[in-house]
Design a protein around this ligand. Sequence first.
Ligand code: ADP
Length: 289
Amino acid sequence: AIWNLGSINIDMVYALPHMPQPGETLAANSFDQGLGGKGANMSVAAARAGAHACHIGAIGPEGKWCVDRLMEYGVDTRHIVQSDTATGHAIIAVDPAGENQIILYPGANRGLGAGQIGQALSAANAGDILLMQNETNMQAEAAEMGRKLGLRVAYAAAPFDAAAVQAVLPFMDLLFLNQVEAEQLQDATGRPPQDLGVDDVIVTLGAEGARHFDGRTGAVSDVAAQKVTAVDTTGAGDTFTGYVLAALDRGLPMAQAMAQASRAGALMVTRHGAADVIPDLKEVQDAKF
Ligand code: ADP
């Protein structure tokens, strides 16, 4: 199983005639609301890829529909709690050129407690995967708990914060970075991916595919991307991560896990939206590229 300590966000997307200026009041041309947050996206991806994905997180009073939707997509939601703080949300302004500006309110996502995490992980089995991103609190504490329980600790270093990654690094078995995050981490630590003391480091390279650094042997291997026309790259990295972990959880070797994830990521960039449009395993297997 995959235990994902992760954010749940409401994405509110407004199409604007132009970006607002300071002091300006601007009417939007359209509004769209969907389920998002890196945590929720990864839980949905793992579940749609066939894994038992158990989300550990929190919502506010107005976020019940997010839990319903996660459940609809196959995520185990029994360890999502409701708090008095607002559900995390992103207010996303998009101008006619497709440029965006985002206000992110972490809300309930930063109010998780050690008790809640401990209770969830008490049902985990050794060898299960514990996944985290940098949109919740309690990352290092959870990672340490996971290590002690014999879980494989996976971390997606996004949104990037060098101190946050370094706090989890001693407990980490798998690390997911995009190209920019990989450069930022190398700048912060002075060490290349294969020298971080992490068994498996996966760097996604957008349309260039992805690269695996084996921290045990120093070996580096590449997976090619599929050729597609990208219309919206939101959630591509999250989908890729969820798919890799679901495949590893099923016992597939890394190269096969990454090949499947790359097909899922490619499908994802052909679709508008986040959690609501993540493809399932059958779509990924049947897709013609
Ligand atoms: P992030 O969204 O986190 O920045 P990437 O842009 O690296 O992550 O994308 C994650 C994965 O999604 C890539 O490794 C690749 O497999 C797939 N992907 C992303 N963009 C494209 C694209 N334009 N064409 C094909 N595959 C893509």
